[in-house]
Design a protein around this ligand. Structure first.
Ligand SMILES: NC(=O)c1ccc[n+]([C@@H]2O[C@H](COP(=O)([O-])OP(=O)(O)OC[C@H]3O[C@@H](n4cnc5c(N)ncnc54)[C@H](O)[C@@H]3O)[C@@H](O)[C@H]2O)c1
Length: 404
């Protein structure tokens, strides 16, 4: 299959490219290096050094014989992405090319505006490029479980059947995003649903939970092929952050009570889910939604598991409850359905102590690169009022030190 990966330089995009290319698919990656540039700007460099896409694809070819084509450019620039579609003629597209951080989207007006424009215009351009070149091309878009929020009823897979005054109708499941980023992911889903109904394109929206992990296929052939792995409070996902904190001897930063429950998955399962979705496309006009995670944990569960695994390696891991910089329920009902990908054949990897030890061991190799300044959350969800401690600039920026 010819697969185009938008956002192919990212944490998920690059491993997906390697995975699909070694499965024999013809792969092209597109990226504008937004993630790298913003990490440099915010001084939150990833744990492992990451060569650029040209260097990584050359190394990949030298080590495996598989080639991955590269195009550097912005998906929001329509002439660029339309040309890529005409030249590569993909049968499937994986859309990762969005601004993926909730704290970044809450940083200030500029970051919110960038998130809005980038995430919606990239999706719009993708839809138009597909419609213009080959409406049968299957769009696999990465969504997030965060679009649902934490309702006090079970979360279904994308849709909800409602009975009202004796009549029934099936709606998209109501959305209640908890950050501006999550709001844009709700909106791009609505846009895809709209064009499925209007133009009969076919779409799979993978509502994914937070991903953890670094190991691909047991071990890297070369560490320079590792994905971008952030552990800072803006771009690091929670378990990845905890692993680095454990190795650095910094108390694990649990926000608030730590009862926040989410559905998690190993990066290996992300790759399997994306491939399963590509190999089993929906019908024309179908907007198919899968909830992509394998098990649920509270933040406290993750902290305790990291602590236990750390003990096995002789690490003294402390847990610290910080004032919560986010506005979210810290104890709540959470029961999301996730049967779609299992029924397509997903064989989940669960979060065992062995898995955590493997990841901690890998992080230990890069211990010297850990910058403790990246650890504490600095972005607040609340509107910070001017006061003696906050300059008007801080209010505009929405910045605060959660540790007080
Ligand atoms: N990582 C997770 O835990 C997770 C969980 C749920 C959903 N997701 C979703 O998966 C997708 C990928 O996440 P990730 O963690 O790999 O993020 P990432 O930032 O590492 O990858 C996204 C890539 O897209 C690129 N990009 C962004 N805008 C672009 C544009 N306009 N043109 C070209 N390239 C562009 C970035 O430079 C980056 O390399 C995102 O849509 C995110 O919302 C991720």
């Amino acid at each position: 299959m010819r697969v185009l990966i938008l956002g192919g330089d990212g944490y998920l995009g690059w491993p997906t490219a390697m995975h699909l290319s070694q499965k024999g698919h013809e792969v092209m990656v597109v990226d504008n290096y937004f993630r790298r540039k913003v990490c440099t700007e915010l001084n939150c460099e990833p744990l492992l050094p990451v060569p650029n896409l040209h260097q990584r694809t050359e190394l990949w070819r030298a080590l495996t014989g598989y080639s991955i084509r590269v195009e550097i450019g912005d998906v929001c620039h329509y002439p660029f992405i339309a040309r890529v579609f005409r030249e590569f003629a993909p049968e499937g597209v994986v859309h990762y090319a969005e601004q993926p951080s909730a704290p970044y989207s809450m940083l200030n007006r500029e970051a919110a505006a960038f998130t809005l424009i980038n995430n919606l215009v990239s999706t719009l351009n993708l839809i138009h490029a597909v419609a213009e070149t080959d409406p049968a091309c299957h769009i696999v878009k990465l969504g997030t479980m965060g679009v649902y929020g934490t309702p006090n009823i079970d979360i279904e897979e994308g849709y909800l059947e409602v009975e009202y005054k004796g009549r029934k109708h099936t709606f998209l499941y109501p959305k209640c995003p908890g950050s501006f980023y999550h709001l844009t992911k709700s909106q791009d889903g609505d846009m895809l649903y709209f064009y499925c109904r209007m133009w009969d394109i076919r779409v799979t929206d993978l509502n994914q939970g937070p991903v953890y992990g670094l190991e691909i296929n047991g071990s890297f052939l070369d560490d320079r092929l590792a994905p971008i792995f952030n552990y800072d409070a803006i771009f690091g996902t929670v378990l990845n952050r905890f692993l680095v904190q454990a190795v650095a001897g910094i108390p694990l930063t649990v926000y608030g009570k730590g009862g926040q429950t989410r559905g998690y998955l190993n990066i290996k399962d992300t790759l399997a889910c994306v491939e399963l979705a590509l190999l089993n496309p929906p019908s024309p006009g179908q907007y198919r939604v899968f909830n992509q995670f394998v098990e649920t944990f509270t933040v406290n569960d993750l902290a305790r598991k990291t602590q236990e695994a750390g003990k096995e390696l002789g690490l003294q891991v402390e847990i610290n409850h910080l004032p919560n910089p986010r506005k979210e329920a810290e104890e709540h009902y959470y029961n999301p359905t996730h049967t779609g990908l299992l029924s397509l054949g997903l064989k989940p990897h669960y979060l065992t102590t062995e898995t955590l030890i493997e990841m901690l061991t890998l992080v230990q190799r890069y211990r010297d690169r850990i910058n403790p300044r990246h650890i504490l959350p600095e972005v607040s969800w609340r509107l910070v009022q001017p006061g003696p401690q906050n300059s008007p600039g801080d209010v505009q920026a929405g910045l605060m030190l959660a540790s007080g």
